[in-house]
Design a protein around this ligand. Structure first.
Ligand code: URA
Length: 434
């Protein structure tokens, strides 16, 4: 079999056989397929698509590029949650301790920022000392002790995805339902979970901009998960404007701690609770969504979830004192405020532009090797629909470098719009796919 024949077959719209897909994935994993041929096939897949059967085979081949983690030492049904990526999308840092405090073990393998979206790993690393590079042994030990382990992708779990993800990021081949499905689900199936709750984002700040595409992605992810024995449900949630107020890294951690203390912004609480409720039902510690909602609320109001977050941080080498003292998180003192240009109603705070501004400040990366500045970020002070007067603060920018500030400011001016009438109300939870 020759790589060029497989590429040409897909280029011309053919469906790849099981053997051809395995040949590709094995070749990428071993290095036998050079990057230029792998990239050519990825682009052909973006343009020509894949059938559900090809997508399932691709996922399966990617799972088998590494090991499938055995978490049988960890008692209980193990449930993870994964988002397709958004801006201010910090629900994992709240959901994991709440679910663990309610008795559901959460093995969570997350990613770094991709494009304009933030990554859970970068946020966790904003906590001084926090290690996301645990060995599988340490990961299992953390799960047994605290009911939660939060790690990055290892070279043992779906290594084919590790290579393909990096190639896709720099070859314009991220936005593809079969490729996103195989990327997410190969990691999730390999991490040894029993069930999975997906947050499929839709809107300007998501990779899928329309609800129709997001629904197709959700259906693809859910059917792959269920077919491979991982009970999977997906919520489709709004990502037209950032979730919560904080966009960055340390400021997002602070906002999560605020929610775990019983406060925090309403939109973030709503999306996090809806996802958490499904985790508790799939983990069989709750019999209904209502029951699950009560358990989650109690875990927060009693302080158990916050305390659990401290234990998780401690177990992974971080400074647990951050939960009582937010000033221990990295921060910058230099700030600037963008104000409303006129009286009216805030009609837009565009998630993608805010995400890009945050990357410009240094909260994300332009290149893979770039270091993240955990202290910089953006606070969205007013949400779409708010009545505003000229000069009212809309967005606060925490910056370190003036040149970066200029670039971020230009994007943020484009991101906000004020009109004469409030925009139509948007629902946060748009659909559920089983
Ligand atoms: N998250 C992933 O893990 N993979 C993708 O392709 C997109 C988002």
């Amino acid at each position: 079999m020759r790589a060029v024949d497989v590429i040409m077959k897909k280029r011309d719209g053919g469906a790849l056989s099981h053997d051809e897909i395995r040949f590709f994935v094995d070749g990428v994993t071993s290095g036998a397929w050079p990057d230029y041929q792998a990239s050519a096939l990825l682009m052909a897949i973006v343009l020509r698509g894949m059938t559900p059967d090809e997508t399932a085979r691709l996922t399966d081949a990617m799972v088998h590029s590494g090991i499938r983690v055995d978490l049988s030492r960890v008692p209980g049904l193990k449930v993870d949650k994964h988002s397709t990526g958004g801006v201010g999308d910090k629900t994992s840092l709240i959901l994991a301790p709440v679910a663990a405090a309610c008795g559901v073990p959460v093995p969570m393998m997350s990613g770094r920022g991709l494009g304009h979206t933030g990554g859970t790993l970068d946020k966790l690393e904003a906590i001084p000392g926090f290690r996301v590079g645990l060995s599988l042994e340490e990961f299992t030990a953390a799960l047994v002790k605290t009911g939660c382990g939060m790690i990055g992708q290892t070279s043992q779990i779906a290594p084919a995805d590790k290579k393909l993800y990096a190639l896709r990021d720099v070859t314009g081949t991220v936005e593809s339902i079969p490729l996103i499905s195989a990327s997410i689900m190969s990691k999730k199936i390999a991490e040894g979970i029993d069930a999975l709750v997906l947050d499929v984002k839709t809107g300007s700040g998501a990779f899928m901009k329309t609800e129709a595409d997001s629904r197709m992605l959700a259906q693809s992810l859910v059917s792959i998960g269920n077919a491979s024995g991982v009970k999977t449900v997906a919520l489709i949630t709004d990502m037209e404007s950032p979730l919560g107020r904080a966009v960055g890294n340390a400021n997002e951690v602070a906002e999560c701690i605020e929610v775990l203390r019983g406060g925090g912004p309403a939109d973030l609480i709503e999306v996090t609770l809806e996802l958490t409720k499904r985790v508790l039902v799939l983990g069989k510690v709750a019999t209904s969504l209502e029951d699950a909602g009560r358990l989650a609320q109690q875990a927060i109001s009693s302080g158990r979830a916050l305390e659990r977050f401290g234990q998780i941080i401690d177990m992974q080498g971080g400074d647990p004192r951050v939960i009582d003292d937010l000033s221990r998180l990295p921060h910058v003192d230099t700030q600037e405020i963008i104000t409303a240009p006129r009286d009216g109603f805030l009609t837009r705070v565009d998630a993608e532009l805010v995400g890009r501004a945050s990357v410009q400040l240094g909260a994300g990366r332009d290149r893979v090797e770039d270091a993240v500045d955990f202290g910089v970020g953006i606070m969205v002070l007013a949400k779409p629909g708010a009545a505003v007067r000229r000069g009212d603060p809309i967005v606060e920018i925490f910056y370190r470098d003036r040149e970066r500030l200029e670039r971020a400011r230009a994007l943020l001016h484009q991101a906000i719009a004020v009109g004469d009438a409030p925009p139509p109300a948007r629902r946060l939870i748009l659909d559920e796919v089983h």
